[in-house]
Ligand binder design. Structure first.
Ligand code: HEC
Ligand code: HEC
Length: 207
C-alpha cells in the first residue's frame, strides 16, 4: 500500500467513526432529557438508569426498539414512549456510539426511599440465589458472556415492570429474540407479585 492510499484509508476510517460520533452527540441531549446527563435515569418519567450497563446489552435494546422487537406490544406503554423517542434513522454505528457513551458512565449510586423489610429481603435472597444469580451474577452485576445485563442500578418500579412484561409475553416473546425468550422463561418461574417484590427487595439491598 503506498503512502497516499494509506492516508486515504485512515482518513476514511476516522471520518466514519467521527460521523457516527457526531450524529450520536447530536441526539444525546434528547436521551439525557429522560435518562439524565449522568445516565442515572428518571423514575418520574419511568426512564431507567443506563449508566454502567453493558454496551452490547444497551445496543441490543436500542436495535430491538428500532425494529419493534421491544416496545411495539399494545400493552407496552413505557416501551412505546422509548420507541417514539428514538430517531428511526440512526445507523448501527450511531446506536453503538450512544450505547458506548452510557456504558462508560460510572454506575449511579443507589437511592432508596424506604428501609427494606429484612424478612422480605431474606425471602428474595433465596429466590435470587436459586433462580437469578447464575446468569445475573452474585451481586446482580450482570454476566456479559451470558448476555445477562446488570440489574444493580435499576429502580424497583422499572425492575417490577420488566418482570411483569416478561411474564406476560409483552417482552421477550419473539422467536428471533433469544436472550429475551430466555429471560421470559425465567420470569415465568416466579409464582406471583409477592415473589417479584421479594426478589426486587433483595436486588435493591445489594451494596
Ligand atoms: C421521552 C423519554 C425518553 C427519551 C427521550 C429516551 N428514552 Fe430511553 N427509555 C425511556 C423509557 C420510559 C424506557 C423504559 C421502557 C420500558 O419500560 O420498557 C426507556 C428505555 C431505554 C433503554 C432500555 C434500558 C434497559 O435497561 O433495557 C435504553 C437502552 C434507552 N432507553 C436508551 C435511550 C437512548 C440512547 C435515547 C436517546 C436516543 C433515549 N433512550 C431516549 C424513555 C426515554
Ligand atoms: C438463563 C439466564 C437468566 C436467568 C436465570 C435470569 N435471567 Fe434475567 N435476563 C437474562 C437475559 C439474557 C436478559 C436480557 C434480555 C434481553 O436482552 O432482552 C435478562 C434480562 C433481565 C431483566 C431486564 C433488565 C433491563 O435492563 O431491562 C431483568 C429485570 C431480569 N433479567 C431479572 C431477572 C430475575 C429477577 C431473575 C430471577 C428470577 C432472572 N432475571 C433470571 C438472563 C437470565
Amino acid at each position: 500500500m503506498n503512502i497516499y492510499k494509506f492516508c486515504f484509508t485512515m482518513l476514511w476510517a476516522s471520518s466514519v467513526l467521527g460521523a457516527a460520533g457526531a450524529a450520536a452527540q447530536a441526539v444525546l441531549p434528547l436521551c439525557q432529557s429522560c435518562h439524565q446527563a449522568d445516565g442515572s435515569g428518571n423514575a418520574a418519567l419511568q426512564a431507567p438508569a443506563l449508566a454502567g450497563q453493558q454496551q452490547d446489552y444497551l445496543l441490543r435494546q436500542l436495535q430491538h426498539f428500532q425494529s419493534g422487537l421491544r416496545g411495539a406490544h399494545p400493552q407496552d406503554t413505557t416501551g412505546a414512549q422509548m420507541r417514539a423517542a428514538l430517531p428511526t434513522n440512526l445507523s448501527t454505528d450511531e446506536l453503538t456510539a450512544l450505547a458506548g457513551h452510557f456504558a462508560r458512565l460510572p454506575l449511579p449510586a443507589k437511592t432508596t426511599t424506604q428501609p427494606a423489610d429484612p424478612v422480605q429481603v431474606d425471602k428474595g435472597r433465596r429466590i435470587y440465589i436459586n433462580s437469578c444469580g447464575a446468569c445475573h451474577g452474585a451481586k446482580a452485576e450482570g454476566v456479559a458472556a451470558l448476555k445477562a445485563p446488570s440489574l444493580h442500578q435499576l429502580d424497583a418500579a422499572y425492575l417490577s415492570r420488566q418482570l411483569e412484561y416478561f411474564r406476560t409475553g409483552v417482552r421477550g416473546n419473539d422467536k428471533t429474540d433469544k436472550p429475551g425468550r430466555q429471560m421470559a422463561m425465567m420470569a415465568r418461574t416466579l409464582p406471583g407479585e409477592q415473589e417479584i417484590t421479594q426478589v426486587i427487595a433483595y436486588i435493591r439491598s445489594l451494596p
